[in-house]
Design a protein around this ligand. Structure first.
Ligand code: OGA
Ligand code: NI
Length: 310
């Protein structure tokens, strides 16, 4: 059951009963936080990362207005739309490591919908703030200094995506988004009230629907956190089922490090008893390969972090 109480700024959500993935109240983080509250939040986030790889956050400090604005602009636009957060974003133009050519990505905005640009830019800024706070808590939960992970993202090549899923009369015949793991560090997903996201529960491999919670965000850790943590936090698969009657809107924010980043288990987390489980790989090259195999789905296996496993 969800109750909303109104305070001076934003309605505060109080959840008395939750199902499925853990639901974490970030209000201690947003208000004046004491160290005791901090440490229980660190433990909660650490447990969620370890046991689920997924959690929802409420009272996260992202203004509801900012979300309503992007949702309303996105509904007017309705097509998948990807945009970069940094302007411009530089990526390798090919997946070949000896090819040093770079591509520059610039956002193109529809001329007849000026509010889309403003809404997306404001929203991306809020997502960035929340992502950095979460990274600090994830770092602490791994026993690392607070800024150990966020430091990697001083510069970053993150993406915001607007997904529109039209209704389908035979939803069992189509897949909104097939089962996959996110290759990035952290994804912050805003899904509307229609729902459809399902997470593969670690404990038993069951697909668990993520129940839409008003003004909550769904957080999942991606491949990069798995590699940096040397498998302490393992990523889980998720997928999106299409609704037979209602269209669905979702807005994922993908926190990506700069494309030049080399990724490997963090030195602080490996030792003789727990040696590195992955060889270093280049993030930009990984993404370029992933993009290529997405287009050639039938004959090339998608690049996976398991290819770098030692
Ligand atoms: C994704 C994803 C979920 C959704 O884009 O990686 O998992 O609900 N999206 O749209
Ligand atoms: Ni995903």
């Amino acid at each position: 059951m969800i109750k909303c109480t109104v305070n001076s700024k934003e309605p505060k959500i109080i959840i008395t009963e939750a199902e499925g993935i853990p639901l974490i109240d970030l209000s201690p983080l947003i208000s004046c936080n004491t160290e005791a509250e901090d440490s229980s939040l660190v433990a909660e986030i650490g447990d969620a990362c370890k046991n689920w790889g997924f959690f929802q956050v409420i009272n996260h400090g992202v203004p509801l207005k900012c979300r309503e604005k992007i949702e309303s602009a996105a509904r007017k636009f309705f097509e998948v739309f990807d945009l970069t957060v940094k302007k411009p974003t530089i990526i390798p133009s090919s997946h070949q490591s000896d090819d040093k050519e770079l591509n520059q990505l610039m956002n193109q905005w529809p001329e007849d919908l000026p509010e889309l640009k403003e809404a997306c830019e404001e929203y991306a800024e809020e997502m960035e703030k929340l992502a950095f706070k979460l990274l600090e808590f994830i770092a602490l939960s791994l026993g690392l200094p607070k800024t150990r992970l966020s430091g990697i993202f001083k510069d970053h090549d993150s993406f915001l995506r607007l997904n529109h899923y039209p209704p389908c009369p035979a939803p069992h015949l189509v897949l909104g988004v097939g089962r996959h793991k996110d290759p990035n560090a952290l994804t912050i997903l805003g899904q509307d009230e229609v729902g459809g996201l399902e997470v593969k529960r670690k404990a038993d491999g069951e697909w668990i629907p993520v129940k839409p919670t008003p003004n909550a965000y769904i957080i999942n850790v991606g491949d990069l956190i798995q590699v940096w943590s040397n498998d302490e936090y393992e990523i889980v698969e998720h997928r999106v089922m299409v609704n037979s009657e209602k269209e669905r809107l979702s807005i994922p924010f993908f926190l990506n490090p700069p494309n030049s980043t080399w990724v490997e288990p963090l030195g602080e987390l490996i030792n003789k008893q727990n040696p590195a489980k992955y060889k270093p790989y280049n993030w930009g090259e990984f993404l370029a390969k992933r993009a290529r195999s997405n287009f050639e789905k039938l004959d090339i296996e998608n690049i996976q972090i398991s290819h770098f496993r030692i």
